[in-house]
Design a binder for this molecule. Sequence first.
Ligand code: AMP
Length: 211
Amino acid sequence: MIFLGPPGSGKGTQAVKLAKELGILHLSTGDLLRNAVKEGTDLGKQAKEYMEQGELVPDHLLVELIESKVNAGELSDGFILDGFPRTVPQAESLKEMFTKNGMTLEATVLLQVSDEEVVRRLSGRWFCPVCQRTYSYPSNMPKVDGVCDDDKTKLQRRPDDEESVVRNRLAVYKKQTQPIEDFYRKESVLVEVAGEKSPLAVFDDLLKVVL
Ligand code: AMP
């Protein structure tokens, strides 16, 4: 399965939950790239600047990353791809990888959220760098402002959640990623889910369309 949707649509949250429910792998290219940047690997060094500006990392780097996972057999028992593909060439490369490896795509889930909701959500998104718990101001705030409820660590924001970067990420989504909605519509695997309800209500809707 593939998860599509603008930044802040909740695709990470929903993909993690659904993967757990189905007992399959959740693979987020954003997480893989952030780890690569943190560890200072070659990939991380090449990706860092693009990520800081909210631009897409070049296609060949992402295609090689996913190809290495496919070749290592990591996707053989079912998976949700979260954040890949993000361009038509990435979607075409993925299709080739699937054909070559006898894999089938069951569904591409598109979470629909308006631009204003995206900006509102991401500008209130904080996380604990130790336990990764996430908070959203003002709907889901920690008991003490700026401090994780579980381990009292000081909360952080993703640098690319700053409003000007969010606006650029949205523009990039519209220009480079939205065209792949049609790519999957033509393949008859696109299912659309309204993403502006509560996370639980969205998850309920999601289960109805994918199970
Ligand atoms: P995300 O956590 O999915 O919002 O991704 C964070 C950032 O990682 C994006 O803004 C891009 O710079 C980069 N990124 C993640 N996935 C891809 C992809 N499939 N293609 C290009 N860049 C990506």
